[in-house]
Design a protein around this ligand. Structure first.
Ligand SMILES: *[C@@H]1O[C@H](CO)[C@@H](O)[C@H](O)[C@H]1NC(C)=O
Ligand SMILES: *[C@@H]1O[C@H](CO)[C@@H](O)[C@H](O)[C@H]1NC(C)=O
Ligand SMILES: *[C@@H]1O[C@H](CO)[C@@H](O)[C@H](O)[C@H]1NC(C)=O
Ligand SMILES: *[C@@H]1O[C@H](CO)[C@@H](O)[C@H](O)[C@H]1NC(C)=O
Ligand SMILES: *[C@@H]1O[C@H](CO)[C@@H](O)[C@H](O)[C@H]1NC(C)=O
Ligand SMILES: *[C@@H]1O[C@H](CO)[C@@H](O)[C@H](O)[C@H]1NC(C)=O
Ligand SMILES: *[C@@H]1O[C@H](CO)[C@@H](O)[C@H](O)[C@H]1NC(C)=O
Length: 723
């Protein structure tokens, strides 16, 4: 017996293993294996979370683990959340019922869910039975986070629903039908920190509306219809987002109270003036892009620069006079680090505009109407790292380098699309951290290599000599004339864009030699390159990974590219008839990932390279659908070359053989006939000549006896042929 029990039969062993596996599954299924993902028939269970989203459920499943703390039921079809739905989930903390077409929550639905802290019922139809639903929501005494967005709720419905939720910390009412707000709407939300009201129809917020929200930190009013914000007094607020409204005025209360405001988004509004910010604030980010802002001080004398504002509040009219363009009205912006004023109407910056902005790192004034920029004291901008002045009408940029301001931290300077002819001399000697300069679309000149060492370069050109930190230089569409041979000397540019400068005349690339060792990205698009005129040698550009040679007049593939480690090569819009088939068998073929080839007059009958490129399989022809070839002056897609063309190409090559043959044969025949006639006419003489020659030549080497033996049969043969 012992023996038998020790040596179980294999079948019994299998049964025991199977039993233990099924036991394991049971343990996992009921006991929340804390690491392993378990599976319910419909829902995904993980830790204490059950995800039953997108299962076309009409009600809450009743067979989930009782210990479920987080339940997702999004995108189902639960129209009514019934009284007993959640009764088995007593420890539920978070419930999400987004996008269900939910119209009613029965009053007792949450009675068993005392610990629910987070409820999302976004994108449903709760406006239908809002008063009944409200009684259900009131029972959630521990609720901290409520998302009611996208439910077509009006402000009155909202009040009914939220009025007793004093524990709420975060409330989203986005995408509803709220139009105006007053102090009755958010009375009891003493804990509320985050209120989202974006995408409603709010055109009026009475003063005092947010007074009860003592700890409110973030308020989002984006995408509403607010015409102005006056007497802004929410001192406790840290983030205010009123972007995408119709705001013409932003006025904070004129007071010396300290505001906590750190981020103010006023972008995409109709602001006419720089906002009148709280005098004492902690603003770090101020977003004013896409408005109508300008400064008007230059149009008025100081006495006239006051504006009177009429506040109509019920039947009280209050007239306040502001001096709009006095810099001290711009508030104390000593903590500001990010200021975006792009897409406005700014024509000039007031003299002391930058005063006190001691922490400014990012400044964007692009897409404005600046004509000149004379910053008196650039030392205010010593912390600046990014400066964007692109898309203005700047023809004059003055930096007073002697006063100590040198933009020592500037890294990124965008001046593209202005009217600059040059930059202040020696600018780059001071900006020692600068890496990127965009001067595209300016009528600039690059100073020649002969610039005076004392910095006497004229402001009519740009001197990048010795700008050692400069890595990325954009000079596209600058109408550059011929470059000196050493204009980039002393720099180690990695990215250079010279595109759209058809008069730049790079010839054999000599002006680029000083940066050939460091360049990684080079754009020579539309620079009138033609391989015919010069022999372009790219072989010294060993670090190059991205090269754009498009829109030039190349008729042959530059052979020197074959040894480079390019990743991307652009050859569009040139005059290439074919590509050398061996090109891709060398280094270039191994490193290349992307190539652009379209708009070249390739010969349809010489597309061997095209097939070779495809068969390589490692190179992505980014524009392969657009690649066409020339077949008797018709351009057809190289990717879908019709069979008939392929046949014709074969015929064409075969035909050529016949043509050669037909041309060659008569010529040979004529030559032969001519030869025979000549021979016949001068037969005697020629024979004699041959004979005498033979005699003479053979007399040296051959014995006399051989003479007759050799010549006689020859004469006989000729005679025979004659007759
Ligand atoms: C749901 O529960 C509430 C409160 O317990 C009760 O008043 C209501 O009648 C119930 N509704 C239904 C449909 O059972
Ligand atoms: C303000 O809200 C809009 C809309 O939601 C958003 O795109 C933008 O990023 C917000 N601004 C800030 C500073 O968060
Ligand atoms: C500003 O004041 C001066 C003298 O007080 C006057 O000559 C000038 O015309 C005024 N300019 C404007 C724009 O009113
Ligand atoms: C507004 O006017 C009415 C009568 O015209 C008056 O009774 C009421 O007190 C006024 N309200 C204020 C705030 O002055
Ligand atoms: C008018 O506005 C000023 C400043 O905003 C305020 O000090 C003053 O009390 C207001 N007067 C009335 C009648 O509301
Ligand atoms: C400079 O700004 C323009 C538009 O404002 C943008 O298109 C361009 O990419 C910027 N240049 C760099 C180097 O980022
Ligand atoms: C296309 O090929 C024809 C000869 O087949 C040639 O005459 C013509 O110049 C070519 N067109 C272009 C744009 O190269």
């Amino acid at each position: 017996m012992n023996v038998v029990s020790l040596c179980r039969s294999p079948a019994a062993e299998m049964a025991i293993i199977a039993l233990s596996i099924s036991l394991g599954i049971i343990v996992l299924g009921t006991g929340w294996g804390s690491k392993v993902t378990a599976y319910h028939s419909l829902c995904k269970l993980e830790k204490r979370t059950a995800d039953c989203s997108r299962k076309r459920l009409g009600s809450v499943p009743a067979d989930l683990p009782a210990a479920t703390e987080e339940l997702f039921l999004d995108a189902n079809i639960i129209q009514i959340l019934k009284n007993a739905s959640l009764v088995s989930y007593q420890v539920l903390q978070s419930l999400s019922l987004r996008e269900n077409g939910l119209e009613l929550i029965e009053p007792g639905a949450f009675l068993s869910s005392r610990s629910l802290t987070s409820l999302s019922v976004a994108n449903n139809g709760l406006s239908v039975n809002y008063s009944v639903t409200a009684t259900a929501i009131w029972t959630l005494t521990a609720l901290r986070k409520l998302d009611l967005s996208g439910n077509q709720l009006t402000e009155d419905m909202v009040v009914t629903m939220i009025q007793h939720l004093s524990s709420l910390e975060s409330l989203s009412l986005a995408r509803n039908a709220i139009m105006r707000l007053d102090h009755s709407h958010f009375q009891n939300l003493l804990q509320l920190q985050d209120l989202d009201l974006q995408q409603n129809y709010i055109f009026e917020i009475e003063s005092g509306t947010f007074d009860g929200l003592r700890v409110l930190q973030q308020l989002n009013l984006a995408y509403n219809y607010m015409p102005c914000i006056v007497e802004f007094d929410l001192t406790q607020l840290r983030v205010l987002n009123v972007s995408n409204n119709l705001i013409e005025w932003f006025l904070a209360v004129e007071d010396d109270i300290a505001f906590e405001l750190e981020t103010l988004d006023l972008s995409h509004n109709w602001l006419l003036f720089f906002p009148l910010l709280p005098k004492q604030n902690k603003l770090q980010t101020l977003l004013l892009m896409h408005n109508q802002m300008s400064f008007y001080g230059d149009l008025f004398n100081h006495s006239e620069s006051k504006v009177q504002l009429l506040f109509l509040d019920g039947n009280i009219t209050n007239i306040t006079t502001f001096n709009l363009w006095e810099e001290n009205n711009h508030g104390n912006l000593s903590s500001l680090s990010f200021l975006d004023m792009s897409w406005n109407q700014v024509r000039y910056l007031p003299d002391r505009f930058f005063e006190g902005k001691a922490f400014l790192t990012h400044l964007n004034i692009s897409h404005n109407c600046l004509e000149s920029l004379h910053v008196q004291r650039w030392e205010w901008l010593n912390t600046l790292t990014d400066l964007d002045l692109s898309y203005n009408q700047l023809s004059d940029l003055q930096v007073n380098l002697s006063s100590g301001g040198t933009l020592p931290n500037l890294q990124w300077f965008n001046l593209s699309t202005n009217r600059l002819h040059g930059l202040p001399a020696k600018l780059f000697t001071h900006t020692t951290k600068i890496t990127t300069v965009d001067l595209s679309n300016n009528p600039i000149k690059i100073c020649g290599s002969h610039v005076d060492v004392n910095g006497a370069a004229s402001p009519d050109c740009i001197d990048v000599h010795n700008a050692g930190s400069l890595k990325n230089l954009f000079l596209a569409s600058c109408d550059l004339a011929m470059l000196g041979n050493h204009v980039f000397w002393g720099t180690s540019l990695a990215h250079l864009d010279l595109s759209n400068n058809p008069n730049v005349q790079l010839g054999s690339l000599v002006p680029l030699q000083d940066v050939a060792q460091s360049l990684q990205v080079l754009s020579l698009r539309n620079t009138s390159l033609s391989a015919a005129k010069t022999t372009m040698d790219f072989s010294i550009f060993q670090k190059l990974v991205n090269l754009d040679l498009s829109e030039n007049a190349l008729v042959s593939f530059p052979e020197s590219l074959i040894g480079l480690r390019l990743h991307t090569l652009d050859l569009r819009k040139n005059g290439l008839h074919t590509l050398p088939q061996h090109a891709m068998q060398k280094q270039l073929g191994r490193s290349l990932h992307v190539i652009y080839l379209s708009q070249n007059p390739y010969d349809c009958c010489r597309l061997g390279w095209w097939d070779a490129l495809h068969s390589l399989g490692t190179i992505h022809i980014a524009d392969w659908k657009q690649v066409t070839c020339n077949y008797s002056s018709k351009f057809i897609s190289a990717a879908n070359l019709p069979e008939s063309v392929l046949q014709d190409c074969k015929w064409l090559t075969a035909d050529m053989m016949w043509v050669y043959l037909v041309l060659f044969l008569p010529t040979c025949f004529a030559l032969l006939v001519a030869f025979v006639i000549v021979f016949l006419t001068f037969r005697q003489r020629i024979l004699q000549m041959v004979k005498s020659r033979y005699k003479r030549s053979s007399s040296h080497g051959l014995w006399g006896a051989g003479k007759t033996q050799v010549t006689e049969p020859k004469e006989w043969v000729l005679a025979e042929w004659e007759s």
